[in-house]
Design a protein around this ligand. Structure first.
Ligand code: UD1
Length: 448
């Protein structure tokens, strides 16, 4: 299908086949206790694709992105870019983004408010247009999510930045035509700040060094795209990224990396149902800490084709602590906790969340399913129970929703999972994928 008119309305209308039904009465009914077998395909990485899409603001030429997952967040980003003037055309999992004419540098609040990652367009907008007015994204379910590092870095590159009435306005000082390179030291290795500042620096005059940069694979993916567009970047994936600014970038044809968080969730689906599944594509280095923990829990993992064959018969308790990459990802903390809630034998697991201050809300929902979990500050102490029991539960954020689906796969009875407005943001047809390997999950809507 083709979306060519650069208006939010046209994208909205066209998004119906991308988005799942996310009205509050919509829920999943997960019949638990089934073994899974077969092969699962991992979609393109949501967090990469969202940022890569904003890179279309950096060039007048067309950017073709492949392996873009069909998610509501991707649709929302398409609407935001369309509002700025980018012509967005989608065909299956390929997106063409034509940034020839950018008509404004101020994405509307109503759209930005639906998608936190859209704040990241401040970097490319400023670099291309010399000005950007982007509403502050505010907090979300998992924490306050500041953007201090983004703002500090843009100032180092010569921008004047003010925050008034909830809007961040960044502009080049009078007379300047480009940002100027500078030495940025991030106080924390923020993924979003690293990405924003890389996109701002690629068109700056001179050299920029970002120290204490995030190491996440999505940062490396963005560097890969920008280099394909003509940028000069070294060191992505290390704590020091060096960018030599160029006067212009051209178009590119680029495939998004596989989603490591979805891959981890699908591996956990095998583990929690004590099944054998092939999951691919997986880039194992992107999931190092997760694969180590799955093995420590008793799963066997073998490379097979472009993915991994996972087998699980019993699960041991273990400790884990979320950390920036290459540590254990915060985005898989909730799904992994569902697995640990089903651990066999005696033993207590300790799960410590260090990245986001409010990312343990799924504990209360798992407890409703009979999980034995005590919460002390940012630490959950989990004792495995022989059987979780089905209950009506709600996913309180994207990854918590996935954790509920996983728990439902293992529970006795039929678990009703609400909060699909979160799930559908980050998982492309999760129930269809799992049903294809033997799960029994139905999407129900009272209105239907
Ligand atoms: C990205 C991911 C998100 C993931 C997170 C951490 C996207 C779209 N989202 O979010 O799924 O959970 O990385 O891996 O890619 N911080 C500050 N000051 C700042 C910025 C961040 O203190 O200016 C702190 C945050 O509060 C948080 C930590 O740094 O505690 C990590 O945040 P960050 O890496 O910025 O996450 P996002 O890029 O928002």
């Amino acid at each position: 299908m083709s979306l060519s008119a650069p208006t939010a309305a046209s994208l909205q209308g066209a998004s119906s086949d991308l988005t799942s039904n996310t009205r509050p009465d919509v829920r999943l009914e997960v019949s638990g206790g089934r073994r899974l077998s077969g092969e699962l395909r991992v979609s393109g990485a949501k967090n990469s694709a969202l940022v890569l899409m904003t890179a279309s603001l950096l060039s007048r030429d067309t950017l073709r992105l492949r392996n873009v997952p069909p998610l509501t967040d991707i649709t929302a980003m398409g609407e935001i870019l369309a509002a700025l003037g980018v012509r967005v055309t989608r065909s299956g999992e390929t997106l063409d983004l034509d940034g020839e004419t950018i008509i404004q540098a101020a994405p509307p609040y109503e759209l930005v408010n639906t998608l936190r990652a859209s704040f990241f367009c401040i970097g490319p907008l400023l670099a291309r247009m010399g000005t950007a007015q982007v509403p502050l994204p505010g907090g979300c379910q998992i924490g306050s999510r500041p953007v201090v590092e983004h703002v500090k870095g843009l100032k180092t590159l010569g921008a004047t930045v003010t925050i008034e009435h909830g809007v961040v306005t960044a502009s080049l000082p009078g007379g300047a035509r480009r940002l100027s390179g500078g030495h940025i030291h991030l106080d924390c290795p923020s993924v979003g700040a690293t990405e924003t500042l890389m996109m701002a620096a690629v068109l700056a005059e001179g050299e920029t060094v970002i120290d204490n940069a995030a190491l996440e694979p999505e940062v490396v993916d963005l560097a890969g795209l920008l280099i394909a567009m003509g940028a000069r970047i070294q060191g992505a994936g290390t704590p020091t990224i060096t960018i030599s600014g160029v006067a212009r970038l051209h178009g590119a044809d680029y495939a998004v990396i596989p989603d490591r968080i979805e891959a981890g969730t699908l591996l956990l689906a095998a583990a929690i149902t004590r099944s054998t599944l092939k999951v691919g594509s997986i880039i194992p280095e992107h999931l190092g800490a997760v694969l180590t923990k799955l093995e420590e829990a008793g799963c066997t993992l073998q490379p097979e084709g472009d993915g991994l064959l996972i087998s699980a018969s019993s699960i041991r308790a273990l400790d884990l602590r979320t950390m920036p990459f290459p540590g254990f990802p915060t985005d898989l903390q909730a799904p992994f906790m569902s697995l640990l809630a089903t651990a066999d034998g005696i033993g207590t697991s300790l799960v410590v969340e260090t990245i986001f201050e409010n990312r343990l809300q799924h504990v209360a929902e798992l407890q409703r399913m009979g999980a034995s979990i005590r919460l002390q500050g940012n630490t959950a102490c989990i004792e495995g129970v022989p059987r979780l029991s089905a209950a009506p539960v709600r996913g309180t954020d994207l990854r918590a929703s996935a954790a509920m689906v996983l728990a439902g796969l293992a529970a006795e009875g039929t678990t009703t999972v609400r909060g699909l407005e979160f799930l559908d943001r980050g998982y492309a047809g999760l129930e269809h994928k799992l049903n294809a390997v033997g799960a029994c999950i139905r999407r129900i809507s009272d209105a239907a």
